[in-house]
Ligand binder design. Sequence first.
Ligand code: NAI
Length: 388
Amino acid sequence: MGINNVAVIGAGTMGSGIAQVAATAGCSVLLYDAYPQALERAAMQLKNTFSKLVEKGKYSNAEAQSILNRITFVNALNTLKNVELVIEAIVENLEVKRKLFAELETIVTPHCILASNTSSLSMASIAASVKTSGRVVGIHFFNPAPLMALVEVIPAVQTRTDVLELAVSTIQSWKKTVAVAKDTPGFIVNRVARPFYSEALRIYEEGIADFSTIDHAMKSLGGFKMGPFELMDFIGNDVNYAVTESVFSAFYFDPRYKPAFTQKRLTEAGFLGRKSGRGYYNYAEGAQKTDPSTDEALLNSIFNRILIMLINEAADACHLGVASAHDIDQAMQKGVNYPKGLLAWADERGIAQCVNEIDKLYEEYHEDRYRCSVLLRKLARNNQRFFS
Ligand code: NAI
């Protein structure tokens, strides 16, 4: 018995994408937004998206039309009273979300699952805004939702097991890969990916290499599709900095997640990246990128340092039960397109070698940021791996 009637609240970037995914999977979708302009914009964008998909031969005209027909744009919350699943994708503000959930509870049936697409807020706090908190769960899509394969499903401490199971099977039936994550800051991807940015920024701030050299090292030696600075420019420095700051404070200011002044200053200056025409790089027409260094030893040391910090973070997330080793590896490959799972990468490099590399950084800096995950140390001591 699957879910057929879904509502998505918030018709912005994520909400319209999620509506598209659900409708494509055959669900009837009510897409609600508090602002009529947002609904008009979403309707227009979805129509354009499907015209392009028809042009590309992905769907026939009739198929595209029937998917679009399954999405109804609504501007009154009480139209949601018969849906089986609500996915909220409104502004990332705890109080606004809690108010919405409390109101939703008075509208929908007792069986309806209430989900949030939050990327950084506590699911326990959101669930606590309703009396029947057992039906609340995090369902976190990645941007753009129709293209990214991964969805993190996050049970709050209050979430009932049957609700978690139904959320997982529903999202899988929408042809997405599910990784179940503990309700901890950044869940899997937004936590484990932090060193990709922060260690790159640190290497730059120490004057070891420039942006293009660091990007080049990660692409040419690691097979990452974009380097850290290219990716931050693509995401937007404002958005990326806000996530880093929120993860840092949510972890009680653990120095491992410390934001970088370089990124803060760029954000303050309005150098947000591609969207503002300038970030770490200049996107003005005719602007030239500096050539990366070709010093092999330098490129290797940059790549090894960033990779080991990523592996250490993934190992610690595994150690602390944020998700299974399998789900962590899958999440990084399908949520942010990493070329390999980080824990499989650790196995490949050798766990003892990983411990050695991170300990060397610690010996050099004596900063808590470079502390080795206990799990890596234990595996190395017992001559074990993450995957057999
Ligand atoms: P957005 O700003 O594009 O869209 C938010 C929409 O919600 C707007 O259309 C706005 O009119 C509507 N809205 C705001 N308050 C409302 C309310 N009280 N009731 C009904 N509608 C309301 O935002 P975006 O980027 O789509 O993000 C939505 C959620 O998804 C946030 O929680 C965000 O953290 C999360 N998220 C965002 C990702 C991204 O890359 N943009 C990735 C994954 C999650």
